[in-house]
Ligand binder design. Structure first.
Ligand code: ADP
Length: 603
């Protein structure tokens, strides 16, 4: 990989405007007009179908009257197929349109949520479990979509039918209608009360499903650790307990729904019987024809069904709205550190001088627990600086702050004198800093694509060159499929050393000016460590390198070694807690630490 040597020229900062909106958001803008059109058409069709439904009880009553009078000849007139044909057509039309719009809405919600999740701060991921996030992406969007479709199809139909049929009822018999309207509100009120109880139960059941999913996600994702500790039974027990709790809640919900449905059916049948009883006496007094009674019965059934539908729908609407709100919450969440926007330094004038100025930091999830206090350190361009110290001392935190995964609570970090807070984070991460950790994650695709992750659009030649630099080309070519070898889940098919060298190639592909090696060799056996170490030393040439290690033996090649002390009280990495020399006198910058000799090589 060709490395442009640092130029002594004063770096010019190239300002970058905020990133243009993503292709997706533009796509959504384009889609929304036909979507709205289809939605309006669906609403009109659903309304038409509902209005035709309102006519059915009246038509039925007329039919009964015709049959009662024995006028068979006129029957054919009522049974003409065109009478039911439009209703079927309208129903087809609105359901087809609605599912189209619903799927489009769900897809664009999923896309927008996923894009928003990917933009969130690393701290957001400290506070939210992956399982719950995935749940929002799947279950919540699904719930919202179902409610959305139901509200328009069922909701619109039910309320139109209810209103239309009540009107029909009134026209048929004001007396009977009056009686019905006395009974109905009481029943609907009781139903709504039970409904609200069921809704809260449903919410709890849903939350429990998400919790169980979270446990499954974590255990399956870390199956090697579980296996290594022979914790299968214990973990299975953990999941089973959550699943059992979830099942209990859902069963209770099912029981509630069953009781609700049973009781409402009882009430509805009671109303039918009552109508026949009162209607019968009205018929005896010649106030009502048999056909009218038939119409009245069917229409009142339609009203009841519609009302029941509406009350069930009400629960669905609340569930759908709360699911939608959960999706929207993360869709509109603005990260503290945006992915893009800010200045960048042209590559020909980038020196790669990194400095921490009196940085204090505590993790947002643990605000009262300072990890760094007044930490200052200078990484001279092209030099290797190592931070060595016991684990938990805050070394990885230094690297995370440099990557701008978090913002310092106090102090600042500069690159060539520019506060990294003013620089474009995606430029900083994508082009300036190469990060290699102890346990690199490879994606379940080919080795070629895994390395190309470091620089999308890199040519095959560039990938080979990076792999050669990382001592990886040889073993990759020894595989039957070469660079086309698909890496198993989490890279399980490769040895630790091989994975690490692929990760190094991936980091080197972007030709970073600053390389961060966070315990890059500490998970390896001696032989792999030797090979990887050689690759790293080669990779370090001409770059500013920050090595993080807990053993001095792994940082022998460093120009400067900073040692953190044991963490007993308060943060280990802070001013005064560091031992070690400042950069060699030839270095262009001077750290905050007093000059002293190069530390002795550990023996
Ligand atoms: P080291 O790299 O020296 O082992 P770290 O920087 O990983 O140390 O951790 C320093 C301290 O910060 C530890 O007490 C650790 O528990 C805490 N810590 C690390 N990462 C997080 C995090 N994401 N959220 C909250 N605390 C964290």
């Amino acid at each position: 990989v060709p490395r442009v040597g640092p130029s002594p020229a004063r770096p010019q900062v190239k300002p970058r405007g905020p990133a243009p909106p993503g292709a997706d958001s533009r796509g959504r803008g384009r889609d929304s007009a036909p979507g709205l059109l289809a939605l309006s058409a669906a609403v009109v069709l659903a309304l038409g179908a509902a209005l035709l439904n309102v006519r059915i009880p009246v038509l039925l009553g007329q039919l009964v009257n015709v049959v009662a009078r024995g006028a068979q000849s006129r029957l054919a007139g009522y049974l003409r197929p065109p009478a039911c044909f439009p209703q079927g057509l309208l129903t087809f039309g609105y359901i087809a349109l609605l599912s189209r719009v619903g799927e489009q809405v769900a897809a664009s919600m999923r896309k927008a949520l996923f894009i928003s999740l990917l933009r969130q701060d690393v701290a957001f991921y400290d506070a939210n479990r992956t399982g719950q996030l995935v749940n929002r992406l799947t279950a919540d969007v699904q719930e919202f979509k179902s409610s959305f479709k139901l509200i328009i199809s069922q909701g619109l139909r039910s309320s139109t039918q209810a209103a239309g049929c009540i009107l029909s009822l009134y026209l048929l018999s004001p007396k009977l209608t009056g009686l019905l309207l006395l009974v109905m509100p009481t029943l609907v009120g009781a139903g709504a009360l039970v409904g609200s109880f069921l809704r809260s139960l449903s919410r709890r059941a849903q939350e429990q499903v998400a919790k169980a999913t979270g446990v499954a996600d974590e255990v399956l994702g870390n199956v090697r650790t579980v296996r290594a500790f022979a914790m299968e039974d214990q973990q299975a027990g953990l999941y089973c307990a959550e699943a059992e709790h979830s099942s209990q809640l859902s069963q209770r919900l099912g029981l509630g729904i069953a009781a609700f449905q049973g009781l409402s059916n009882l009430a509805l049948n009671g109303i039918v019987l009552g109508t026949i009883f009162v209607g019968g006496s009205l018929m005896a007094g010649n106030e009502l024809s048999p056909g009218d009674l038939m119409s009245f019965l069917v229409a009142s059934q339609t009203v009841q069904r519609s009302m029941a539908n509406i009350s069930i729908l009400f629960g669905q609407v609340v569930r759908g709205l709360s699911a939608g709100a959960r999706v929207l919450e993360f869709m509109t969440l603005e990260p503290k550190v945006p992915l893009r926007g800010g200045a960048s330094i042209p590559s020909h004038s980038l020196l790669g001088h990194v400095a921490f100025h009196r940085v204090s930091f505590s993790y947002p999830t643990r605000p009262g627990h300072p990890v760094l206090r007044d930490f200052s350190l200078s990484l001279p361009p092209g030099k290797t600086v190592a931070i060595v110290g016991p684990s938990g001392g805050g070394k990885s935190t230094v690297a995370a702050l440099l990557e701008r995964f978090y913002e310092p609570t106090q102090g600042s970090i500069t690159l060539d004198g520019h506060d990294i807070a003013s620089l474009d984070p995606s430029w900083l991460r994508g082009q300036v800093i190469g990060f290699i950790s102890q346990d690199p994650v490879l994606f379940g695709t080919t080795i070629m694509e895994n390395i190309r992750f470091g620089k999308p659009g890199a040519s095959d030649e560039e990938v080979y060159a990076a792999a050669r630099l990382a001592n990886a080309d040889g073993f990759i070519r020894s595989f039957p499929e070469g660079y086309g070898t698909v890496v198993g889940e989490r890279g399980a098919a490769l040895s630790g050393g091989q994975r690490q060298r692929i990760a190094i190639a991936r980091a080197l592909l972007k030709d970073p000016a600053v390389l961060v090696l966070d315990e890059a060799t500490s998970a390896l056996d001696a032989e792999s460590e030797r090979v990887v170490q050689a690759a790293l030393e080669r990779a370090a040439r001409g770059r500013t390198v920050l090595v993080i290690a807990h053993r001095l033996s792994t940082v022998r090649g460093a120009h400067l070694i900073v040692r953190g002390r044991e963490q007993r009280t308060g943060p280990a990495l802070r001013r005064g807690a560091l031992q070690g020399p400042s950069p060699r006198p030839s270095s262009p910058t001077r750290g905050p630490l007093g000059p002293s000799s190069r530390p002795p090589a550990p023996g």
